[in-house]
Ligand binder design. Structure first.
Ligand code: 13P
Ligand code: SF4
Length: 302
């Protein structure tokens, strides 16, 4: 059955001149089928250079929306339109406008995990791969408002020494990891470095050897002489880690380290969307133009 679906998806892809893009948190079978697999920054870069007529985005809605903003003339579809990001939903454009009004001197840095409307209200976007460079690109005289992730914002403030006020948003999946879980994992695997995502709580980041984006974790493992690692991010990344580094051993920092929204994409709904081209991603033109500038500023500096 799944072989038939894979064959069908491949045939449709050719017929439509489509490209399938997938985030590292997608199910293994989706990652294996995709033409491009990456972290948020890599996928935004790939989307900006896409040559295909149709972009089929396997991830969550803010990622597919970014692909559409960067390619307003292309057809962008998502297999599962309900796949959102709860952290992105923790701020609205209206709330951001009010916050900005009380800090008229500040620049707004917006994590890409946000809606197109919030990007449109921001000065520049960032991902977890380039947040430090993005903040450093802003002249020091400006205070910074960081939306929506307080954990990434506080991590960047610590790394750059900049005055950053953070919106109190967070990722429910990464927020769940506790310092105690990290300590227990370290006790069980004392030889393994701990690498976590900067969406984790500050006390978890403090206990880790490194806090890196998903792409950063892959590079860290590639360069490290260690044989075992404790991985503090969504379990989908283990598929890439195990595939690329079969001689190394990976321990996930907590059981059930899953983003339910990322897991909504399946071979079935991918095949369906490639058949019907339903679930088109749309961004109103005026919002898209403003959001494009925030994304473009980010892509130009890193
Ligand atoms: P990356 O940019 O590190 O891939 O992270 C995306 C994300 O949603 C993390 O929860
Ligand atoms: Fe959003 Fe967290 Fe899922 Fe990433 S892991 S998409 S931040 S809910």
């Amino acid at each position: 059955m799944s072989d038939n679906l894979v064959e069908f998806i491949k045939e449709r892809k050719q017929k439509l001149n489509a490209v399938i893009m997938a985030h590292y948190y997608q199910r293994p079978e989706i990652q294996d089928l995709a033409d491009l697999v990456g972290d948020s920054l890599q996928l935004a870069r790939d989307a900006a250079q896409a040559q295909a007529d149709v972009i089929v985005f396997c991830g969550v809605s803010f990622m597919a929306e970014s692909a559409k903003i960067l390619n307003p003339e292309k057809l962008v579809v998502m297999p599962e339109p309900e796949a959102g990001c709860p952290m992105a939903d923790m701020i609205t454009a209206d709330k951001l406008r009010k916050w900005k009004a009380s800090h008229p001197e500040a620049k707004v840095v917006c994590y890409v995990n946000s809606s197109a409307e919030v990007k449109a209200e921001s000065d520049i976007c960032c991902t977890s791969s380039n947040a430090i460079q993005v903040v450093n690109s802003i002249p020091r005289e400006y205070p910074i408002l960081f939306v929506p992730d307080k954990n990434l914002g506080n991590f960047v403030a610590l790394k750059t020494g900049r005055k950053i006020e953070c919106w109190p948003g967070y990722c429910p999946t990464h927020q769940d990891v506790t310092a105690q879980e990290i300590q227990e994992m370290r006790a069980r695997h004392p030889q393994a470095p701990v690498v976590v995502h900067p969406e984790c709580r500050p006390e978890v980041i403090k206990l880790a050897d490194e806090a890196l984006s998903t792409g950063g974790i892959l590079k860290y493992v590639e360069k490290s002489p260690a044989r075992e690692f404790i991985i503090g991010t969504e379990a989908g990344l283990l598929h890439q880690l195990e595939k690329r580094f079969p001689d190394k051993v990976f321990h996930i920092a907590r059981e059930e380290f899953l983003c339910p929204n990322m897991k909504l994409t399946t071979l079935e709904n991918l095949a369906y969307v490639m058949d019907t081209l339903e679930h088109k991603v749309e961004v109103p033109e005026d919002i898209g133009i403003k959001a494009y500038h925030s994304l473009e500023r980010m892509l130009n500096i890193s």
